[in-house]
Design a protein around this ligand. Structure first.
Ligand SMILES: Nc1nc2c(ncn2[C@@H]2O[C@H](COP(=O)(O)OP(=O)(O)OP(=O)(O)O)[C@@H](O)[C@H]2O)c(=O)[nH]1
Ligand SMILES: [Mg+2]
Length: 303
């Protein structure tokens, strides 16, 4: 994970031979770093923010002729990256589910994203995770659009022993989600996970379907699911879904196959919402929490 980004940052920082922190030296270092970030698919606006904040931090740093310029740059870069990666309001999803359970209402989660980003597999992964943590789940087969999608979710349900509420293809996705919530209420099930059809960003029909699902079911959590491999188009996706349906957090999948690692850096910054999990493979346990400190440590070299 983040190997290429780490190598590139390391290479850029090796070039630091400055012993002073004049405006000129700072500009050189931060420009170099910005270019490296952009080359590794960090969104331009995020790369600019990192570079600008680093310049401000460095210009305020006390130093003498004998201080090690490079270690100061590394430490400052870590701080700046951490600020960019740390969401204003983190989400403790298990605690939120527990709160709903205490109120005897199911916690509902809707998953959104373009085609093939891993929405359905993320539902299965989280369903298993919630079960493992003592919460019961039901899946809503709200992708009534793509052939095979209902069977795909049912297969996961069979594997995980989680009930799937489904209707037929072409039926109203919001009605399916609503059925699943009613089922959860009557059977006292803790979490409802709503699958939705993958959509082409420009398809306004499918976007209005999502808005309908949201207005009918009022999900407790709206998750944008993205594919790290889509690079910069991920940024326009997260912005669009945020505008159209208002997301609460993101899941970023296929991090295992993403050599560059830039997307993970930009998504929190651009959406101003936390990344809940990173998908790191195709098995049910292949995900990990997004811990900004760990990401920073994977990107910025020790020395
Ligand atoms: N390597 C890897 N593959 C993943 C990950 N998440 C999902 N996939 C794979 O990506 C493919 C698409 O996953 P789905 O869960 O069907 O994606 P979706 O968003 O539901 O797709 P649509 O229903 O077509 O919109 C599958 O082959 C998954 O196994 C991940 O974190 N890593
Ligand atoms: Mg799907």
């Amino acid at each position: 994970m983040f190997d290429q980004l780490r190598k590139s940052v390391s290479k850029a920082l090796k070039k630091i031979t400055v012993t002073d922190f004049s405006q000129k030296s700072i500009a050189k270092v931060t420009k170099e770093l910005k270019d490296v970030l952009i080359k590794n698919e960090v969104a331009v606006i995020t790369a600019e923010t990192i570079s600008k904040n680093l310049a401000i931090k460095l210009s305020k740093t006390e130093h003498t002729r004998f201080t090690n310029a490079k270690s100061i740059v590394l430490a400052s870069l870590k701080e700046v990256l951490l600020e960019v990666l740390t969401p204003e309001k983190p989400i403790d999803i298990l605690a939120e589910i527990k709160k709903s359970k205490d109120k005897k209402t199911p916690y509902t989660i809707a998953f959104f994203g373009v085609n093939g980003v891993g929405k359905t597999l993320s539902i299965a992964k989280l369903g298993k995770f919630f079960n493992d943590n003592g919460f019961s789940c039901v899946f809503a087969a709200g992708d009534t659009f793509r052939a095979g999608s209902i069977q795909q979710l049912q297969k996961h349900g069979e594997n995980l022993k989680i009930r799937v509420i489904a209707q037929t293809y072409g039926s109203d996705a919001a009605a399916v989600a609503f059925d699943a919530i009613n089922h959860a209420v009557s059977k006292e099930i803790d979490v409802v996970l709503i699958d939705t059809a993958g959509r082409i960003e420009t398809s306004s029909n499918l976007m209005s379907e999502l808005q309908k699902i949201c207005s009918v079911t009022e999900p407790d959590l709206k998750i944008f699911v993205g594919d790290a491999l889509t690079g910069n188009s991920l940024i326009s996706q997260v912005t669009l879904f945020n505008e159209k349906v208002g997301i609460d957090c993101s899941i970023l999948n296929k991090i295992d196959a993403d050599v560059k690692g830039g997307a993970a850096v930009s998504v929190t910054h651009i959406s101003e919402k936390p990344i809940l999990y990173l998908g790191i493979g195709q098995n049910y346990n292949d995900f990990e929490p997004f811990i900004p400190e760990n990401i920073v440590d994977s990107i910025v070299p020790e020395k």
